[in-house]
Ligand binder design. Structure first.
Ligand code: ADP
Length: 616
């Protein structure tokens, strides 16, 4: 019950948009359930007609009903129905004419077809609501994930996200599409069959259904087990997805280090666990049905004894047995419904965890538009820590418009953190970052980040065309602007040589580019952005010296007229900087011009010496 409540409270804001279809679907499910009772009437009617006319009575007498219950309307309806079909069905003692043959042949198929039609329509409406709801949930998950700050993603694997979106919402989809349908159809089928059985013969009904409540026992026990298994499957599934990602994105290193069999062992272990859990789930699920079936047959056995003992008529007995056998079918299905809910509740729990996350870096409600930088960019007494220990301390920096600053320091000194604070991926724990005197926490993300172009070591090439890959720096860029950016980035020529020029598809599915070419696409992306502040984060660190010289020319051009923050490990790339700061343990330990720092013979000069740069 708690699980159903949790699924409904989570799903309702999404499904309410499609509630008309949902209600129609539910109503049809109710009809479907109720219509099942017609089979009890149908078989009883057919078998009654096998008996000689004198012994036949149309509909059961009122005195048969329990607790003095008189159902005149029901009696009338059944009598009317019996009369309607009377000339259409074969009858003992009457000749078989065409009408009766057709009726006899089609009687049960028509009943089944009506029920099937209602079932189809209900599945259609509920499916429509379910599919669209899940589509909205998926989009909402992406919106939420995209809105979350950097810290949320740190330490999370790609597997976590694919798992969440695929499996979490998949289980919800199954629950909305099939779970809701069955959880309405089946109880209504049970109720309508029980009512029909009682109307047919209340004493028989009492004997027959005495075991029905016991069927709930295996359903509840199995349900608990399934929920436990679903949780394990989810967490192991996350591991499996992450491992897959890790193994196939790093295939080069895996082969180079001969780690194939090590990876296979990891896969084998995880698949082994999944197979064990799969078997446990299967055993629980499969044991449930035989238990319920045996119970239904015990119920039938009780009836058989009672019928022989009380000398009941055959048609009633057959109608009754049909109803009894039909009754356990929906009970079995309810066991399956339980499974949909158990799995979906685990999925919903995971989705809820994400929806409950609050971005640690948020735009203020009254955030302003930041005007293009005109004066200074400053870090004022900035302190920042990811965990307990401060990564930046008492950090001050003033950068005037058009100034180029180089940032160096040992690995772990806080260089990338500086860039992250500038882009407001994180907020300082103390102090502030300002642009023209405005705290960057007071402005919109769009107006802040729109002023910045980032070129980093890891170039992301999307699985799109060259033109689209460049224009994602500025989504409204025209073709002329894209080509101009590519020319400025020394990329136009090699793009023209690609099979379909600017329309060549890149990325996973498309043409492979060299490291230098990829970086030049990234630089073209930065050009087309026309942002006044350029952030270079180890932009050439991954390139060989030939590629570096090709790219460096493009970077020099990109730096013209812009305010530049350049993080570099290779000090030679910083010769053109107006100022260089050397970070050490989160503080500026040295600053000055390139030549000046070399002359000072401090930390910078020592680093330069190690890189083979002349220091005198
Ligand atoms: P650099 O770019 O100079 O190599 P970073 O700014 O990446 O240095 O990191 C500075 C310090 O902060 C390092 O000690 C690093 O381990 C730590 N660090 C970086 N990112 C995180 C993070 N997301 N969570 C916790 N610690 C981090």
């Amino acid at each position: 019950m708690d699980q159903i409540r949790s699924i409904i409270s989570f799903g309702w804001p999404f499904i309410r948009r499609y509630r008309t279809r949902l209600y129609v679907g539910i109503l049809l499910c109710v009809f479907y359930g109720a219509f099942n009772a017609s089979f009890v009437w149908g078989t009883k009617t057919l078998f009654e007609r096998l008996e000689p006319a004198t012994e036949r009575k149309i509909a059961s007498p009122e005195s048969d009903l329990p607790f003095g219950f008189k159902s005149n309307a029901f009696e009338k309806a059944i009598t009317l129905l019996d009369q309607r079909v009377d000339t259409w069905l074969p009858k003992s003692g009457e000749p078989l004419n065409i009408q009766r043959i057709m009726g006899g042949l089609l009687f049960l198929p028509i009943l089944v077809a009506i029920r099937g039609g209602i079932g189809y329509a209900s599945a259609y409406f509920l499916g429509w609501a379910g599919e669209n709801t899940v589509k909205d949930v998926r989009v909402a998950v992406h919106q939420k994930l995209q809105s979350l700050s950097f810290d949320f993603f740190h330490g999370k694997s790609v597997g976590d996200h694919t798992m969440l979106i695929n499996r979490g919402t998949g289980s919800l989809q199954r629950c909305l599409t099939f779970g809701i349908a069955d959880s309405i159809k089946e109880p209504f089928t049970i109720v309508s069959l029980v009512v029909a059985l009682f109307l047919l013969d209340w004493q028989l009904a009492l004997f027959g259904i005495v075991l029905v409540p016991l069927s709930a026992v295996p359903i509840v026990i199995v349900g608990r087990k399934l929920r436990r298994m679903a949780k394990i499957t989810y967490s192991r599934g996350v591991e499996q997805d992450s491992l897959m990602m890790e193994a196939y994105t790093n295939i080069k290193n895996i082969k180079a280090y001969g780690l194939e069999s090590f990876q296979i062992a990891r896969f084998r272990e995880i698949y082994g666990i999944l197979a064990t859990v799969g078997m446990k789930t299967l055993k629980a699920r499969q044991a449930q049905n035989p238990i319920i079936e045996v119970m239904s047959m015990v119920g039938a056995g009780v009836i058989i004894i009672f019928v022989f003992q009380s000398g009941k008529a055959v048609p009633e007995f057959v109608g009754f047995l049909t109803g009894m056998i039909m009754l356990y079918q929906p009970i079995k299905k309810l066991g399956g419904v339980n499974q949909y809910y158990q799995e979906a509740s685990v999925g919903v729990e995971m989705l809820r965890n994400v929806f409950d996350q609050v971005p640690s870096v948020q735009e203020q409600a009254d955030a302003k538009q930041l005007a293009p930088i005109d004066g200074q960019l400053t870090f004022e007494g900035v302190e920042f820590s990811y965990t307990d220990e401060a990564v930046l301390r008492d950090f001050d920096l003033v950068l005037s418009k058009g100034m180029k600053i180089g940032v160096v320091g040992e690995s772990g000194a806080g260089k990338s953190t500086l860039v992250s604070l500038l882009l407001r991926f994180y907020d300082p724990t103390k102090g502030r970052v300002t642009i023209d005197g405005v705290d960057i926490r007071e402005v919109t993300f769009e107006s802040l980040r729109g002023q910045m172009a980032l070129v980093s070591q890891e170039v992301v090439i999307f699985d799109q065309t060259v033109a689209e890959n460049i224009s994602c720096g500025n989504l409204g860029a025209s073709r002329e602007e894209i080509v101009a950016a590519a020319k400025a980035a020394n990329a136009h020529e090699f793009i023209e040589d690609l099979p379909e020029g600017y329309e060549t598809r890149l990325g996973e599915q498309g043409t492979r580019l060299s490291g230098g070419q990829r970086q030049r696409i990234a630089i073209a992306r930065a050009f087309v952005r026309q942002a006044p502040i350029l952030i270079l984060d180890e932009a050439t660190a991954a390139l060989d010296s030939k590629a570096e010289s090709e790219v460096q020319g493009a970077i020099d051009r990109l730096e013209e007229g812009r305010t530049v923050v350049c993080v570099a490990h290779r000090l030679s790339t910083l010769r053109g900087m107006d100022k260089i700061i050397v970070l050490g343990e989160g503080r500026v330990v040295e600053e000055g011009g390139f030549a000046e720092l070399l002359k000072r013979d401090g930390v910078f000069a020592e680093m330069a010496r190690k890189q083979g740069l002349a220091t005198s």
